[in-house]
Design a protein around this ligand. Structure first.
Ligand SMILES: Cc1cc2nc3c(=O)[nH]c(=O)nc-3n(C[C@H](O)[C@H](O)[C@H](O)COP(=O)(O)OP(=O)(O)OC[C@H]3O[C@@H](n4cnc5c(N)ncnc54)[C@H](O)[C@@H]3O)c2cc1C
Length: 388
């Protein structure tokens, strides 16, 4: 291979100048602006409004939105870097920003009409938080079994049904809602709608009291004859299943980013702690048993990061990435759970109490194996790709 061609093949973790700048600035923000509030946000299960406003000011709420609509005009990989850096300090903030970028904005950029883009993209880049409402109480892994119904009404549709587990539900003002216009047609009746908070017949219901990522709101949404104008159909009527599949295929790379950020945060805490903590007259970092646990954790994290970055870079290159995205979500969520468990272990009793940060990261890690497709669903996707 010619030297010039070789030079172009960078290591996956080698960042361009603007990628490096973004990551550093988001990390600096996370340490300065978020770190002091992480414990309180977790305890009170609260996402402060002023923090959301500051994230908009930082420029991480509309990363892929073109500059002509007021966004950053950057890549999917940039969004992955931002989610990773935020999750290093607080995975709750990481997932809020992830849903905004990799699900909501992603779906609008791909499927919205020009009029819808002009109406919503500038708002999403500057002040409006979005949410993505697919799941229902009886439709989780089998998402297309959803029963929310949309019937023609006036110049648009009336939606009736309930959505469950909706991230950002408490703070969002724009919701992508999936409902079926023709249940006889099965999944081919599923349609995506742009629903604003305040539309008549739409209310945000109970907020869940969760084990982890407690500051990230997870809410029920209730639609009672909710009136939605015809111009608020996102994509085509009956093509909502495509909107869902395509955005979720990409969104799970964002969850991979959340998980590697979390694992990095846990590993950093553990490395600092073992150098300080003394037993048997020396820092516990000097015991080979401790060193080996850290080395294993660092290796798992590195492998997970390579999977996440590769999937994101394939997506930006317009190459197939379905299997790689499923692998990165599967592996990074397992790695995050294991790395945060090792961190708790190395803190000993101090790892088990809330005065130290690793207890929270351990609780936060579990969700990675559940949302945006459980680990079994990722294994199913990978197996299908393998077997053809
Ligand atoms: C904190 C949180 C935030 C969320 N945010 C959102 C959101 O913003 N928007 C949204 O739409 N949804 C959201 N969800 C929903 C989430 O995507 C679902 O919980 C998830 O897809 C799993 O669905 P379920 O809970 O119904 O579990 P189920 O589908 O009932 O699964 C239960 C178990 O059965 C296994 N299982 C199911 N089917 C199979 C099969 N065919 N083969 C093998 N194993 C199987 C699963 O792997 C799992 O272990 C969120 C959930 C949580 C907890």
């Amino acid at each position: 291979m010619a030297q010039e061609a070789l030079d172009r093949v960078a290591a996956l973790t080698q960042l361009s100048e603007d990628e490096q700048i973004l990551r550093d600035s988001v990390l600096e923000f996370a340490e300065r602006r978020m770190r002091p509030h992480v414990r309180e946000m977790d305890e009170h299960a609260k996402m402060p409004r002023d923090l959301i406003a500051d994230l908009f000011a930082l420029g991480v709420m509309g990363i892929e939105i073109p500059e002509s609509y007021g966004g950053s005009g950057a890549s999917f990989f940039h969004a992955v870097l931002a989610v990773e850096a935020l999750s290093q300090v607080d995975p709750s903030v990481g997932v809020m920003v992830d849903v905004q970028n990799t699900l909501v904005i992603n779906a609008l950029i791909r499927w919205a009409s020009e009029a819808q883009k002009a109406q919503y993209l500038p708002a999403l880049a500057s002040r409006t938080l979005g949410a993505y409402a697919l799941s229902e109480s009886g439709a989780g892994s089998d998402a297309f079994a959803l029963t929310a119904r949309a019937v023609a009404s006036g110049d648009g549709y009336a939606i009736t049904g309930r959505k469950l587990w909706i991230t950002n539900g408490n703070e969002a003002d724009l919701f992508i809602v999936f409902a079926n216009v023709n249940p006889q047609a099965g999944y081919r009746g599923i349609t995506a709608f742009l629903v604003e908070r305040g539309f008549p017949g739409f209310t945000v219901g109970k907020k869940e009291d969760k084990m982890g990522i407690r500051a990230s709101s997870t809410c029920e949404l209730i639609f009672e004859d909710c009136q939605v104008p015809a111009g608020h159909v996102l994509g085509e009527v009956g093509k909502g299943y495509k909107v869902a599949i395509e955005t979720l295929n990409e969104g799970r790379i964002g969850i991979g980013a959340q998980m590697i950020g979390l694992a990095q945060g846990a590993l950093d805490h553990a490395v600092a702690y073992v150098k300080e903590r003394r037993q048997f007259g020396k820092p516990i970092a000097e015991f080979q048993g401790v060193q080996f646990q850290l080395a294993r954790a660092a290796t798992e994290l590195e492998a997970a990061r390579l999977l996440v970055y590769n999937a994101a870079r394939l997506r930006d290159a317009g190459r197939p990435f379905l299997k790689e995205a499923a692998m990165c979500k599967l592996y990074s969520s397992e790695a995050a759970e294991h790395v945060s468990s090792i961190a708790v272990q190395l803190f000993g009793g101090y790892g088990f109490v809330k005065d130290y940060p690793v207890e929270k990261l351990y609780r936060d890690a579990k969700i990675g194996e559940i949302y945006e497709g459980t680990s079994n669903m990722q294994l199913g996707t990978i197996a299908k790709q393998l077997l053809g």
